[in-house]
Design a protein around this ligand. Structure first.
Ligand code: UDP
Length: 249
């Protein structure tokens, strides 16, 4: 059912797949206000479970999708299964494909200096006719923020990718939402690095079988500690998850 949500440890995740998330975003373009889109994974939901302020920030989004197999499993544990993960990167690809050749434009904000520019070149090759309104790297001083917002607004962009990693991107958007003129802003972590080719995504085999975490662990073993969050998340959903789903009824 469109508009259906599942409450996972206090975070109200939309039960949508990639196509449905993109459909929703295309509708957002028609409404003259900012729509925030976040794609929490299990680590982010755990952080939100422990921090009410961050939880409210996530729940304030107009669309929250399940990024990561951990969230999909959690939905199964809670007996309200989400079909598939709807990762930020995949939704972004689908939306770019739909807006290429139209008058809608995207602004690329985040990642290390030079990455967004490289991503711009690669995206124009991948999506001929795509309008890229501008780019800005993600390393700035707090006092630069108003100028960045002004620059984004001045380009007249419709869509904004905020790629600062979580929770920085959600905090940035929550701070600046009232001043932004874009219609859709998506917090999509390391996606610009993938678009630029400076970081690789796991091969399809790993993504399809819910093993992206394993691929990442092999490539970036220093993430091992962060990954311990996954079994902890599973245990918390098993032990406390029901309380939240009941609250919803
Ligand atoms: N980043 C940034 N500004 C910062 C910190 C991080 O632009 O102050 C960028 C970083 O360069 C990378 C992205 O944010 O491109 C975070 O990627 P990561 O894969 O760690 O985030 P995740 O997708 O796991 O949230």
């Amino acid at each position: 059912m469109i508009g259906d949500k599942i409450n996972i440890l206090g975070v109200k995740v939309d039960m949508v797949n990639i196509q449905e998330a993109a459909d929703r975003i295309m509708e957002f373009f028609e409404e003259d206000k900012l729509h925030k889109v976040y794609t929490p994974n299990s680590e982010i939901i755990m952080a939100a479970y422990k921090d009410e302020r961050f939880r409210d920030m996530l729940n304030d989004a107009e669309l929250l999708t399940a990024d990561g197999i951990g969230v999909v499993y959690a939905s199964r544990i809670l007996k309200k299964p989400i079909d598939e993960r709807a990762a930020g990167y995949d939704i972004a690809c689908e939306v770019l494909d739909r807006i290429k050749g139209t008058d809608k434009s995207v602004y690329l904000f985040g990642s290390k200096p030079g990455v967004a520019e490289l991503a711009r070149e690669k995206l124009i090759e991948k999506y001929p006719g795509l309008r890229i309104a501008g780019t800005h790297n993600g390393y700035f001083k707090p006092e630069d923020e108003p100028a960045i917002v002004e620059e984004i607004n001045a380009t007249g962009a419709d869509l904004l990718f905020v790629c600062l990693g979580a929770p920085k991107q959600e905090e940035w958007l929550s701070r600046n939402a009232k001043d932004l003129k874009v219609r859709v802003a998506m917090g999509i972590g390391g996606s610009l690095d993938v678009f630029a080719g400076t970081a690789e995504r796991a091969p399809e085999f790993y993504c399809k079988h819910g093993l992206e975490w394993f691929y990442r662990l092999m490539k970036e073993p220093w993430r091992a500690k962060r990954m311990l969050a996954l079994p902890k998340f599973g245990a918390t959903v098993l032990l406390k998850g029901r309380k939240f789903t009941k609250e919803e009824q």
